[in-house]
Design a protein around this ligand. Structure first.
Ligand SMILES: [Fe+2]
Length: 234
């Protein structure tokens, strides 16, 4: 697998062919009516870092960091916690695009350390369950009702796709890698000068973060800003 180092700047389009553009969980965005209890749980019990946030016009958007990836929450008045408490993986006839979130822990000891911590906090934990490839515990975000799982990968998959299916799918047998020829090729790639973004409602906070010493601009963004101010001056 070829990874492109984003710090090295944009790679030529040709170099990105057959590479994995998606590199991991960036953030999952959830909804809450109470950011305080949410921070208390995700930061103070689950141990994620509260790394960023924006709040205005009656809502907040806050981000919690794990080693890899973030969980984000929107908070606004008319939000309601999930009430169905549909257990992880159980079938439902309701339209639903989300079942649960699984977070990775590094070791069996860490899995049980988390279980102990949750139970000490009075949160019901199901498991650990040995799924063959991973051991998992299941619990709910106590205020927002979000179904959460923590998983320790107990084996390393060395040949993919590793599938055990009593009705094997032909499409799965095609392999683990993206199969070419099923989707149109890009014939009109966005040229670099059109790789622009319009201002979102969070744009002004960048200046605030920079002036307050809370953030640093990435080199590629410096180039963008330099080009923008050059074209504004023209
Ligand atoms: Fe799961």
């Amino acid at each position: 697998m070829i990874y492109i180092d984003s710090a090295a700047g944009p790679a030529p389009a040709a170099a990105k062919e057959n590479t994995m553009l998606l590199r991991g969980l960036n953030h999952l965005a959830f909804i809450t009516d109470d950011m305080t209890t949410t921070i208390r749980f995700y930061r103070d019990l689950l141990g994620m870092q509260l790394v960023a946030g924006i709040g205005h016009d009656g809502y907040r958007h806050y981000f919690f960091q794990m080693d890899v990836g973030q969980i984000a929450f929107f908070e606004y008045d008319i939000a309601k916690p999930m009430t169905s408490k549909k257990f992880h993986g159980t079938p439902t006839a309701e339209p639903i695009g989300f079942d649960h979130v699984a977070l990775t822990v590094d070791s069996r000891a860490d899995l049980f350390a988390l279980k102990d911590k949750l139970e000490a906090a009075g949160i019901e934990v199901t498991g650990a369950v040995d799924h063959g490839t991973m051991w998992s515990i299941y619990f709910f975000d106590p205020h927002n009702g979000i179904p959460l799982e923590a998983s320790w990968d107990c084996i390393e998959i060395v040949k993919t796709p590793a599938i055990e299916d009593d009705d094997p799918m032909d499409i799965a047998a095609e392999g683990a890698d993206p199969q070419p020829g099923h989707w149109p090729e890009v014939t009109d790639p966005t040229p670099p000068e059109q790789m622009v973004a319009h201002s979102g409602n969070g744009s002004p906070m960048r200046e605030s973060f920079l002036s307050r010493g809370l953030a640093r601009i990435k080199p590629e963004m410096l180039e963008v800003l330099a080009a923008e101010s050059k074209s504004a001056a023209e």
